[in-house]
Design a protein around this ligand. Structure first.
Ligand code: I3S
Length: 128
């Protein structure tokens, strides 16, 4: 049985390295500052970690490192946003509180997987 079989630990749905920049805070525009981020989708949250070099999908465990920030996906909106950057494969995540993030990967398949996984969580929460 998995460590989550008691239902007490939120399910780790996905983890990986993406480029990230926050572009708005509470609806107020911010200056872009792209940096690599270890991104973890666990339960209803997207959690961002610094220092991605120290993590790999196989060794990362929720709780053994301190997140840089975390985003509640309830009521969030996801859109492809290639017009907002010169980079390819960019999507925008907007939280219900008006925080906006761009996430990006050079790898087409990887960014598509992230997009659909996050979108599935948002839609599941919308139905609750
Ligand atoms: O949307 P922008 O303003 O063209 O975004 C670019 C800038 O944030 C730039 O930094 P400066 O504010 O120091 O010029 C970044 O280095 C670029 O990466 C940003 O554009 P891209 O197209 O990479 O999202």
């Amino acid at each position: 049985s998995s460590p989550d079989s008691d239902g007490c630990t939120p399910e780790l749905e996905k983890a990986g390295l993406l480029n990230k920049t926050k572009i708005a805070e509470g609806g107020r525009k911010l200056r872009k500052n792209w940096s690599p981020s270890w991104v973890v989708l666990v339960g209803n949250s997207l959690v961002f970690f610094k220092d991605p070099k120290s993590y790999t999908p196989s060794t990362w465990k929720p709780g053994n490192s301190r997140p840089e920030s975390s985003v509640d996906l309830r009521g969030a909106q996801l859109h492809w946003a290639n017009e907002l950057s010169s980079k390819k494969n960019v999507f925008k995540l907007r939280t219900i509180t008006g925080n906006e993030f761009l996430l990006q990967s050079e790898t087409d398949s990887l960014i598509k997987e992230w997009y659909s996984t996050i979108q599935n969580v948002i839609e599941r929460l919308d139905r609750e």
